[in-house]
Design a protein around this ligand. Sequence first.
Ligand SMILES: Cc1ncc(COP(=O)(O)O)c(C=O)c1O
Length: 396
Amino acid sequence: MRRGLEDVSASTTVAAPHGEGAAAADGDGVPFPGLARLAAELELPELPTPFLVVDLDVMERNIERMATYFGRSGSRLRPHMKHHKCTEISRLQLKAGCAGITCATSDEISAAVRSGIDDILLANVLTDRNRLASVADSATRAKVTIAADSAHAAQLASAAATDHHAHLGVVVEVDIGMHRSGVSSAGEAVELAQYVASLPGLSFRGIMAYEGGLVEIADRAARSAAVHAAFEPISGLLEQLTRAGLDVEMVTGGATSTYDVAYELAYLTDVQAGSYVFMDAAYAKLIPEFEVALAAIATVATSRPGRPVVLDVGSKRISTDWGTPVLAGFHARHYANSEEHNRFMVDGPRMPEIGERVAVVPGHSSSTVSLYQHLIGCRNNRFERILKVDGRDTIA
Ligand SMILES: Cc1ncc(COP(=O)(O)O)c(C=O)c1O
C-alpha cells in the first residue's frame, strides 16, 4: 500500500546532530555532496517522488548567519516570505531577531496573520480589489504596510482600508532600474507621498526601492558598485521628503545576493532578503557563504550509457524560470526538461541506477517551493517533521 504524508508524519525519527556542511561542491567538483547523501540515506520509501526536502540544520545555519549579520546594526532584516511561503519558517526568522516580515501576496499575509505574525510589509503594488480587501482585513489584526506607485493604486488601497475600518501604512515605490513597478522620478515620489498622506485609511511611512535587475551580476564588486549607483538618487529623495514635511520611518529594498550592499546603505531600515533560507543553484554561485538547504528528491526512470539519465521530476515540479536544476552528487550536465521529466548527461565515474533516488537542486527555489504543499524537513539525513507551505496562493 502506498503511504502518504500523514503516515510519514507519524514515523518521526529522532535526529542526531550531524554538522555536515552543504557545500556547493566537494574537492572533485561534484556538486552538493551533502544533499546527495541525504537522498541516499533518507528512509522514506513509502513517500512517492518527487517531493521537496529541506536540510533543517543547513536552513537554520542560513537563518542564523543572516540574522547575526544584521544583528550588528539592530534589526534591519525583514525577510521575504515569498521564498518559502511557510509561516513556521517566518516565525523562526522572527525568533532569530528580525523585527517583521515581507510578503508578496495577500495569501502570504493572511497565512502570516493567522499564525500570529503582527508586522508585515507587502513589497508589491496590488490593485485587484479582492486582494486589497483581504489585505485590509488582515490590517485589522496586524500592522500592515503596502507599496504604492500611483495615485490610482493609493486610492484603491484607501477605499479598501476605509471599507474595513482598517489602517494601512504605505511606502512609495521608486523604480531604480528594474522597470517593474515604481515611480520614475523624485518629484513624482514626493507628490505621491503627499497624496498618500492626505487619503483616509492610509499613512505615508516611507520609500521602497528594489534592485532586482542587478542581483544576478556575477562579479561581486561589480554587483556592489551597480547597486550603490542604483540607490544613489535615494538619499536626495529622502532629503526632499523631509523638506516637504513628510516623516520617513521606513526605507526598504535589498535581496539575498545584495544583502551586504544593503547593509552598507545605512538608510535602509528594512532589508527584504528572502532566498538565503534555502538558496538554490543560481544563488549558490552568487553568494557562496550561504548553503543550499533544499532539493527535490526524484527517482531515476531511465539510465543508459551514452544517453541522458531521466528523472521523474519535470517542469511542473521544478521551476525553470531562473537557471537549470543541478543533479547533486554526480558530474552531470543538464540536458533538457519536459513537464514530468528532467534529463541529465552524466559523466561517470558512476551512473545513477534505475529506481535510485537522487537529489535535484532547483535553479530557483522560490518558484519551486510554491509548486508543493509540504516540505519534508530532515536532520542528519533523517525525516524530522513536515513543514506546511501555508502561504501558497489560493488558486481560482
Ligand atoms: C520586491 C522584492 N524584494 C525582495 C526580494 C527578495 O529577493 P531574494 O529572494 O533574492 O532574496 C524579491 C524577490 O524577487 C522581490 O521581488
